[in-house]
Design a protein around this ligand. Sequence first.
Ligand SMILES: NC(=O)C1=CN([C@@H]2O[C@H](COP(=O)(O)OP(=O)(O)OC[C@H]3O[C@@H](n4cnc5c(N)ncnc54)[C@H](OP(=O)(O)O)[C@@H]3O)[C@@H](O)[C@H]2O)C=CC1
Ligand SMILES: O=C(O)[C@@H]1CCC=N1
Length: 267
Amino acid sequence: MKIAVLGAGNMGISFSRSFLKYELIKPQNLHLITRNESKKSKLKESFPDSAISTFEEIKNLEADLIIIAVKPQDFTFVAENLPFKISEKSLVLSIMAGISIEKIQKLLNHKFVVRAMPNSPTLLGMGITGYTAADGIYFSELMNVERLLNSTGRSVYLEDESLLDGVTALSGSGPAYFYYIIDAMIKAGTEMGIDENLSKLFVKQTMLGAYHLINNSDRSLEELIKDVASKGGTTEAALKTFDENQLKSILQKGILAAENRAKELNK
Ligand SMILES: NC(=O)C1=CN([C@@H]2O[C@H](COP(=O)(O)OP(=O)(O)OC[C@H]3O[C@@H](n4cnc5c(N)ncnc54)[C@H](OP(=O)(O)O)[C@@H]3O)[C@@H](O)[C@H]2O)C=CC1
Ligand SMILES: O=C(O)[C@@H]1CCC=N1
């Protein structure tokens, strides 16, 4: 299988690394496409045996799978200025936020499109990707795509494409929310006089331990919270302040704003 990655940025590179790491493709069968000539030498260092080109350089693209990993805002330019023809037999896999299968099909004039939403822990093979596909794609082809996605973590097929905007808001953007909360906790630590490095250690280990407790306990989140929050104690004081300031509802609003932005990106 030959794979071309159109947009060798963070995600394009993460995906490429995972495919090579699990030997799902040979380096010679990977083609990375970048926008700037200046990025080529750095890419060549990381992918010495793969083809590296700029967008304009390509005349002919031989690829069974073309991964579209440019920003959604760059997609119209890419589609309107495509310097090569997409073979009828190729499959297109888009990881762009928001852009619908219908829009991709129309702009690329190509039927066989799979739309996926991964997240940044793909870099470690610990991502999660929601995906869906246009009609007419063979099951075996879809399973090939799923095998590739699974090299970056877990994947979940969704029948209903409209849910992908929610997946984008939840798990696509999700790592950033997590870092945001961790950052707030670390800063609270330093405000209380704890050295930043120690504050980071306390917070990161707390998140790790708490994550494993969620995963290894049959207690609900509410029960797990109750286990920590002693009556009249410190946790209760924190939770009371969160509730009074509607933190949960603010977080939920933010996530819905992300979903809404995904929909706007398709306009
Ligand atoms: N970051 C994330 O956590 C996630 C991102 N996504 C989606 O993945 C996609 C890529 O995101 P991300 O990797 O973060 O973004 P990056 O900006 O890191 O990568 C996009 C790459 O596309 C390149 N590019 C732009 N135009 C062209 C072109 N005409 N030809 C070739 N390459 C081009 C950019 O080049 P240049 O460097 O010159 O700008 C850049 O390297 C987005 O659509 C995003 O919605 C999905 C899930 C998670
Ligand atoms: O913020 C974004 O638009 C992309 C999609 C999900 C994560 N990053």
